[in-house]
Design a protein around this ligand. Sequence first.
Ligand code: PEP
Ligand code: MG
Length: 315
Amino acid sequence: LRARQADAPTGPGRTADGHAVPLLANVGSAADAKLAVALGAEGVGLFRTEFLFLDRKSAPTVAEQTAQYAEIFRVMGDRPVTVRTLDAGSDKPLPFLNLPEEENPALGVRGLRLSSVDEGTLLDQLTAIETAAKETGTPVKVMAPMVATVEETAYFAARAADAGIETRGIMIEIPAAALRSEHLGAEVDFFSIGTNDLSQYLFGADRMSSSLAALHNPWQPALAAAIAMVVDGASKHGVKVGVCGESASNPEFACVLVGLGVETLSMAPRSIAGVRAQLAEVTLEQCRAAAAAALSARTAEDALAAARKALGRNK
Ligand code: PEP
Ligand code: MG
C-alpha cells in the first residue's frame, strides 16, 4: 500500500481507462481552499458557508459576505466552486438567526427551510455570492441544503435566478427528495447528494451517534439503492449528479459511486489523493460491476466483499 501511495498519480481524477471523475474539495474557509488547491482539487464541490459565520452574534452584511466569498473564489481561480447557501440549524446553530428552540433540531427549521421564516438572509446571501463571482471571474454555482419538495426546489431556483446566478442545484439529503428526484430535477441543473444526512434520514439514525455507526456505514445497500434512484431520476432531465458526503472519501466506495453513474466526487482535501489513486487502478466497467454487486448484496458486509471482488481487490 505504501508503494502504491508513493506512486499515486497527480492531476485530474480518472479511471485506468480514462473515464474522467473530477475530484473536488469540501471547504469551509480560505485556509481549506488553499489546502485543496495544494492537494490538487479540481474545484470546490461543497463550500459550507455557515462555517464562516458560526461565531457571529450579528448577521454579516452583504458587503462582509461578498468579501469573504471573494477571498475563497480568488484562491480557487478559474476552478469551479459550488457554494451551498446557509445550512444553519441542527448541528450548526447560528446565534444571529434567533431561531426558536426545537425539540428535534435535525428535523426542524434548518437549511433552506429557514427562508420560510427569514427570506432576507437567503436573498442577501445570493446577492453576495453573485457579486463575489462577478468580481473574481470564478465559475460559481449555488445549491440549497435540506430540500424535500418540488416547491422548495422551484423556489430556490427562482431566487437564485433572480440574483443572476446561472447554475443552480440542490442537495439530495432527504429521502423524499431521492424518491422524487425526477420531478425535482426538472427545476435545477445539478444534484449533490449529501450522504451524511441522507444516511441519517434514510436509517433514522442520528449522524452524531457513534453507537449507530453501523447504520452510517456507506456499504449499507439501502444507501446505494437511494443513490441509484437519484441518478435515474436525474437522467430524465440531463441533471448532473455529484456526491459530497463522507462516503465519497472512501476509495472503494468512490468506485461504486462512479459505477452508479455519479459524475463528480467532493471530499475533505486530504482524502483526494487516496481516491485518485484507487480510481486510477480500476476501469469504468469494474466500477459498474462493483456498483451492481453492492446493489444486489443483502448486507453491508456482503456489499463490501462483493464490490472488492469486482474491483480486483480480493487478492
Ligand atoms: C451531507 O449531509 O452529506 C453533507 C455533505 O452536508 P453536511 O455534512 O454539511 O450536512
Ligand atoms: Mg447535510
